[in-house]
Design a protein around this ligand. Structure first.
Ligand SMILES: Cc1cc2nc3c(=O)[nH]c(=O)nc-3n(C[C@H](O)[C@H](O)[C@H](O)COP(=O)(O)OP(=O)(O)OC[C@H]3O[C@@H](n4cnc5c(N)ncnc54)[C@H](O)[C@@H]3O)c2cc1C
Length: 306
């Protein structure tokens, strides 16, 4: 079984940054990514809010630059999926598809994914009007009419944020009442830019090149109708990539890993960084910050136990 000082799980912005800091610290590390380096950034057409790129940057271009930074280093890279982590007294065992490896520290950077509606037009118009992230894409819809879909805290909170930017929001909710906290409900109901449409579900995103309208069905009347919108934000939940996670590692009620501000989990030697963490702001810049913090604290921990 191969042994490492640290294993970084996940090759998105958090994992790449963690690996970079560990390698610059001279550590013997392995880096595991199940698909391709880049994570969610590869799904992003243009990133407009990463410092240093005032004109925006294509997702794949940013990741090419991130990955190029690792090229000068020697380390073990595995294109594989972590299946399990066995917590040890001092060393932890990490299971890939077939092999096991052993490490004093592990930095979990496996990210998250937004839940999709699974309706026609959603994938085709993703990034062309259909979005899952207000902070990422809200600015593209300044002074335009958009729809937001969902009824939980995130849907209402993000709708309130978007209402500051856009001309009008149709907030589509499938039930008679919201399940979000009362404080958000009160604010949404009082906001003149937000029109709430209850008992309604989206049926199709329509548009040639970009989103032009949203087809909806009223569940009470069974009537289909259409809303002319240039943007539609789907806020029906974020799913952590945590299937491999042992139950000893504490998570919040949604399955995101709980850490302290130094990215330490409740288990010694196990750190988490980026979107997999229980936190409010899930962005590339926060993932990068988490990755650096986790790597730095992993090195401090390694010095303490040596
Ligand atoms: C469409 C879209 C647009 C966005 N736009 C912006 C934007 O404009 N600005 C911005 O700042 N943020 C944006 N974001 C959010 C941003 O991409 C994320 O916050 C960021 O990528 C999180 O980085 P991460 O490294 O924590 O996780 P991720 O990017 O999710 O990377 C996690 C990686 O871990 C890998 N992985 C998962 N499980 C395993 C496993 N078991 N074994 C091995 N590997 C595994 C995955 O394959 C993935 O590569 C956007 C996201 C999306 C989806």
């Amino acid at each position: 079984m191969k042994k490492y000082q640290s294993v970084v799980v996940g090759g998105g912005p958090a994992g790449i940054t963690a690996a970079l800091y560990l390698l610059r610290g001279g550590l013997n590390i392995a880096w595991v990514e199940k698909l391709a380096p880049g994570g969610q950034v590869l799904l992003t057409e243009t990133i407009d809010n990463y410092p240093g790129f005032p004109q925006g940057v294509k997702g794949f271009e940013l990741i090419d630059r991130f990955a190029a930074h690792l090229e000068e280093f020697n380390y073990d890279k595995y294109m594989d999926e972590v299946q399990n982590i066995q917590i040890g007294e001092r060393e932890h065992r990490i299971k890939l598809s077939e092999d096991w490896m052993q490490a004093d520290t592990a930095i979990i950077c496996t990210g998250a994914s937004w839940k999709k509606l699974g309706i026609p037009g959603e994938n085709r118009l993703n990034g062309r009007g259909v979005s899952y992230c207000a902070l990422c894409d809200g600015n593209f819809f300044r002074d335009q009419e958009i729809a937001c879909i969902g009824g939980g805290d995130t849907a209402l909170e993000e709708s309130l944020y978007l209402a500051k930017l856009v001309k009008k929001i149709y907030l589509i909710h499938r039930r008679e009442a919201f399940r979000a906290s009362k404080i958000y409900q009160d604010k949404v109901i009082a906001n003149p830019k937000i029109e709430i449409i209850y008992n309604t579900i989206p049926k199709e995103f329509v548009g040639e090149q970009d989103l032009e309208s949203l087809t909806l069905v009223n569940l009470k009347t069974n009537k289909t109708f259409s809303l002319k919108v240039s943007g539609a934000f789907v806020f029906i939940g974020l799913k952590p990539e945590n299937l491999f996670l042992p139950e000893e590692i504490k998570t919040d009620e949604y399955g995101f890993i709980i850490t302290d501000i130094e990215m330490r989990t409740n288990i010694k030697g196990i750190f988490a960084a980026g979107d997999i963490r229980s936190k409010v702001c899930r962005q590339i810049c926060t993932a990068v910050g988490d990755g650096a913090t986790a790597a730095q604290n992993a090195q401090i921990y390694l010095e303490q136990i040596s």
